[in-house]
Unconditional design. Structure first.
Length: 226
């Protein structure tokens, strides 16, 4: 579809947003145009979609810094349904819902499902821009975490089978002596394994190893007792 170009503006760009993309999904052309104009004036790259299916057919690159402004009530797939589809695809751009039909339960469900914000139309300019900034900060945090997790997974895959056993016992609070007894080896051997594990993860403390194990979801809480 044709993207509407906003006129020149003298408004200063108070955000470093030139490389940030906002994808507006709304079946109302006047809303797309108005919101797009505000965001372009603030320095964002804007892409307009008249439906959920249009966004799905033109998915942005995974590495593209951005967020989605998503209408709730649309023909075809509605906003929450698109949110669900994107979630199943592990498509991680933060979502801000824009609605003229929203109610409290819908808002709560959207936030619980991972939406960044839920704004009523017409959203005041300041509220809209602040919501987009929060969404982009969340994107940065998620991107940093994903990079970190990828590095941790790589380090974990470099552990030998015995080192993985020792790693799990260490992060669960076992002492060298206890681990040696449990694995039928010497305390000295366990110390050597611990040293290798900490080198591979590039950490200097047990607390660092515990933090990594938590992020890799290796420390699952015990199931609730009946």
């Amino acid at each position: 579809m044709t993207i509407c170009h906003a006129g020149n503006t003298s408004e200063s760009h108070h955000m470093n947003s030139d490389s940030s993309f906002v994808h507006i999904v709304d079946d109302d052309p006047s809303v797309r145009t108005a919101v797009g104009r505000v965001l372009r004036a603030a320095g964002y790259q804007v892409t307009l979609h008249e439906s959920a299916s249009h966004l799905l057919q033109n998915l942005p690159a995974a590495a593209e810094r951005g967020c989605i402004l998503l209408d709730v009530q649309m023909p075809g797939l509605n906003g929450p349904q698109l949110q669900e589809v994107l979630g199943k695809m592990n498509f991680a751009l933060p979502i801000i819902f824009l609605t003229g039909h929203g109610d409290i339960p819908m808002s709560v469900r959207a936030i619980k499902s991972g939406a960044e914000d839920f704004l009523s139309k017409p959203a005041p300019k300041r509220v809209l821009l602040e919501a987009v900034e929060r969404a982009l900060k969340r994107y940065d945090a998620m991107n940093e975490l994903n990079t970190q997790l990828s590095s941790f997974r790589e380090s974990h895959s470099a552990l030998t089978p015995r080192e993985r056993e020792v790693f799990l016992l260490v992060v669960r609070g076992r002492l060298n002596k206890q681990i040696a007894h449990e694995l039928g080896t010497s305390e000295r051997t366990i110390k050597a394994h611990r040293h290798n594990i900490m080198q591979k993860f590039n950490v200097k403390s047990i607390a660092g190893l515990v933090s990594i194990a938590e992020k890799l979801q290796l420390l699952r809480p015990p199931a609730n007792r009946q």
